[in-house]
Design a binder for this molecule. Structure first.
Ligand SMILES: [Fe+2]
Length: 183
């Protein structure tokens, strides 16, 4: 299976699962995030990152309400490990950092924390809560810092009921314009 077929297959098999206590499915959440990236005229790698940022949730069999049970599925790590076999750094690094981006934004912007949905606040504390000074500096120094923060903001907005987005194949089309892992 090539990487496009692999991703299509994952979404078709697992994409109808609930997105962590929100009112959208994983598929809808991914398409909404990718739509926001596309509307922002992002480069193809960041649109693909937006589409695939939660692919880690599709790779495990933990229940959808894991955070309510005190479980952090570490989906940003499992997603990163899966994606780095198929995609360049400009796709996989923002995915790896999108949870840290939430911790970052909550640390520097109290209004951001207040704006999060309840499931997102629950997972925030499971994911480590606010960053300390060293974590903040390391995050800001990362070359993919800005992309990760952009992705995070789309992630937070991509929870709308009944949003008619372009379909999965539309966004899979961007994958041919994105590089493979560096050797
Ligand atoms: Fe997400």
């Amino acid at each position: 299976m090539d990487r496009i077929e692999l991703i299509r297959d994952l979404f078709l098999r697992r994409g109808d699962s609930e997105y962590g206590g929100e009112s959208v499915t994983q598929m809808s959440h991914a398409l909404q995030a990718a739509t926001l990236a596309e509307v922002a005229s992002s480069p193809p790698a960041l649109i693909v990152a937006a589409l695939l940022h939660d692919v880690g949730h599709l790779l495990h069999d933990l229940p959808d309400d894991s955070p309510d049970r005190g479980l952090d599925d570490r989906h940003e790590v499992s997603g990163f490990r899966f994606l780095k076999r198929h995609f360049e750094a400009d796709v996989v690094r923002p995915v790896r950092l999108h949870v840290d981006a939430k911790r970052y934004l909550c640390t520097v912007d109290p209004e951001y924390l207040a704006s999060l949905s309840r499931p997102s606040v629950v997972s925030f504390y499971l994911q480590g809560g606010e960053m300390n000074r060293e974590e903040l500096e390391a995050f800001r120094d990362d070359p993919h810092f800005e992309s990760a923060v952009e992705l995070r903001r789309w992630d937070d907005l991509a929870k709308v009921n009944d949003w008619l987005t372009p379909d999965l194949d539309h966004f899979l089309g961007y994958i041919d314009r994105v590089g493979t892992p560096a050797e």
